[in-house]
Structure formats: C-alpha cells, structure tokens
Design a protein around this ligand. Structure first.
Ligand SMILES: [Zn+2]
Length: 396
C-alpha cells in the first residue's frame, strides 16, 4: 500500500515564540516536523489554520513525574514532614489497609499510565521524564513522548550505595536522575555531600527537589555542572518550603517538574504558578525551565524550541498578553487551544478540526474544565475502556 503523505499544515496569524521573544507570524508543518517559520511559500498546498494572534510555544517538557501515580488524590498524614523518608514510611503500612490506596492500586498499569499522559497533554506538555522503569506500556503508541535515555535511582535513602553502580552504568551523554535533599532536616541537607563522596555528582547529574540544599551544596552541585529539577508544589505540600533556585536558573541548570499528584499540583501549568509564588524568578526564566533548559538538562537536542526540522511538538495558547512568557505563566489548561506531538493533534479547540482531518485521526468531542475540545479519538477510546477518569475532562 502506498504511503499517503500527510498534507502540510500552515498556521498563520500566529505569534511564534522563540527563546527570548516572538520570532515569527507563521509556522509550517510538513509531516512530523516543522518545515519553516515565516516562510510559507513552498509551493505545496497546505491546510491553513488562522490562529487569530495566539501564541505558539514549543511543547512543554515536564522534567519529573511518576506517570502511574496521577489517579491518586494528594495524600499525607502529617501537616509537615521533615524528610521524604517520613512520608514514604507513612505510606508503607497503608498499602494494604487504606481503601483509597488499595483501590487506586487495583487498576491496570496501562490505564493508570493513560491518566498520567492525559494530565500532561491537557496542560500542553509533550515530553515527560518519567521517573520509574520504562514499562512496555510506554512504547510507541503511548500518547505523550517519554524521555527514554537516562539512568536513575530513587534516592540515597531507598537505593543506598547501589546508586554508585547506577551512576557508573549511565553514559555521560545521558542524564542520571535522583531524588535528593527532599526534606528540611540535616539528613536531607547532607545528601549532596554524600553524592559527591560516592562520585555521583557530575555534569549529567540531575537532582530532583533539592529543598534541603545549603548554599555550599548549591555551589558544590553547580561547580560539578549538575542541574536541579524543581517541583515546588510537591515541596510546599510536604515540607511547607521549597528549594532556592535562583543560582540554578542563572546558570541555566534548572528544569521544572510536577512529580505525581500524590504530592504535586494538578499539572505543569499549575506548578508554574506555584513557582512564581515561591520564588522571584521572572516569567522568561520559568519558560526556559519548561522548554529549552529542560531539554538541555535531559539531553534532548531536538526538544524545547521551535525551529525548522525540529519535531512538530507545540502548544497553542490564545492570550491578550503582549508578553508570551507572562501569557504562559497565566495560562490554565482550559486556555490550551492545541497540544500537538509530531504533527498530530492530541487535544484541540474545535476550530482546528482540520488538523484531525489532515492527520487521518478521528476526533472525539470533549470538554476540558467546561471548554469544548476535540480529543484524539484513540485516547478517548482507551479512556472509556479504562474505568478511570481524568477530573475535568468530559468525553461525549
Ligand atoms: Zn518524584
């Protein structure tokens, strides 16, 4: 059977967002990639979508999640913990006895992972760094991109000295990721020094959380080239405090993550809002932490920016703001008019139904927090069979 080439798509009347400013008014997509920005005269007829001055951003990168844990409610049993170890210890006896936890764990892994995918897609995330094994269910047909090449340990507390083997097994060209300094006590504060003594602090080390990092620790980590994945919502929920991130941001070594909904916010757009509340980082720095800087730390050379030949992973947000970065920081998931991965729409405003036609994907009518949307029909079918629901998403 001949390969049917997808019709190109041209977005016009757009505000295409680069690393520092709006860089164009139109963007053309050919197959799974961006063909051009502000150069639509290729001679091949395309489907034209008028974005009516909406911003087009690179697809957002969520640098930390546990995709199978997003159908749980937020859970804790103390007002404030000193250390993540205490929170994990509170979980252990409840796995079998707490009906909420037992019920959530009874669902199939593939169904649980689908809720993780939806959480991210609805908020404009196109790539997720899932901090757990790359399960078979996260293969080619999974609806959101997954970072595939990285090494990881859970934490010094759970994996102990084994982490050294994990670090050494990880290629220096790939990130090695670990929960570290996740707490506000001395134990958390000592973890970066322990990592250094174990030889696990290098340019490919990514510390997740870093709440307990001292100034010395931050300098130590940055002098080795390590980066920080910041999950401010989770930190505030568990510890009523978060990490000092300004130096990491200044060195372009900061990425933002959600963690799972067990402790984090609903999605990455909500994390951006908490990040603004808890830090003095300006909106452009937060934008970089969910796009180009996250891509650099996760060693994704094609990710986090809109440019010719890059994968057509993008998110469209209409806004009255003049500044694209303020607009993103103010956006909620119901403002996301399009999440596209590899040139295929996953969720879109009904005005962009032509995207589904050119892609040959049957859309399902849906609403997200009351706004009408079209959802990739394959996702809708899987969701209907799953027995799980994404709160706020109604599929007709
Ligand atoms: Zn985590």
């Amino acid at each position: 059977m001949p390969f049917l080439r997808r019709r190109p798509i041209t977005f016009v009347n757009a505000r295409v967002v680069g690393q520092d400013a709006v860089i164009g008014r139109s963007l053309r997509i050919d197959g799974p990639r961006i063909a051009s920005i502000d150069n639509i005269d290729s001679g091949v007829a395309s489907a034209v979508i008028d974005l009516e001055n909406a911003f087009v951003y690179p697809g957002l990168i969520n640098a930390h999640d546990h995709l199978e844990l997003n159908h749980f409610p937020r859970l804790k049993w103390r007002t404030r913990y000193e250390n993540a170890r205490e929170w994990i210890a509170d979980f252990q006896p409840r796995f079998a006895t707490d009906p909420v936890i037992a019920s959530a764990l009874s669902h199939r892994l593939s169904d649980r992972l689908l809720i993780g995918a939806l959480k991210n897609l609805l908020s404009g995330v196109t790539t997720v760094c899932h901090h757990n094994p790359i399960y078979r269910e996260l293969g080619r047909r999974f609806p959101v991109r997954i970072v595939e090449r990285f090494g990881f340990s859970h934490s010094l507390e759970i994996d102990g000295p084994k982490i050294r083997d994990s670090f050494l097994r990880t290629r220096s060209t790939q990130p090695w990721i670990i929960h570290a300094a996740e707490g506000i006590d001395e134990e958390a504060a000592g973890e970066v020094e322990r990592l250094q003594r174990l030889g696990c602090l290098g340019p490919n080390t990514l510390l997740v959380h870093g709440v307990g990092l001292t100034e010395t620790d931050r300098k130590r980590a940055l002098s080795r080239g390590a980066g920080l994945v910041w999950c401010p919502g989770s930190n505030r929920f568990l510890f009523e405090r978060t990490a000092e991130v300004a130096e990491f941001s200044g060195h372009r070594r900061l990425a933002l993550g959600t963690d799972s909904r067990l402790s984090g916010e609903r999605d990455l757009l909500q994390e951006i809002k908490v990040a603004r509340e808890l830090s003095a980082l300006p909106a452009p720095a937060l934008f970089r932490a969910v796009t180009c800087d996250a891509a650099a730390l996760l060693r994704l050379p094609a990710g986090g920016r809109l440019q010719p030949r890059a994968p057509a992973d993008l998110v469209v947000v209409p806004s009255e703001h003049d500044c694209p970065f303020e607009a993103l920081a103010a956006a909620n998931r119901s403002d996301v008019a399009l999440t596209m991965i590899g040139g295929e729409p996953r969720v879109a405003d009904p005005a962009m139904s032509a995207l589904f036609e050119t892609s040959g994907i049957r859309p399902a009518r849906a609403s997200v927090d009351g706004r009408p949307r079209l959802l990739d029909g394959r996702i809708a079918t899987r969701l209907a069979r799953s027995g799980l629901q994404e709160p706020g998403l109604v599929v007709q």
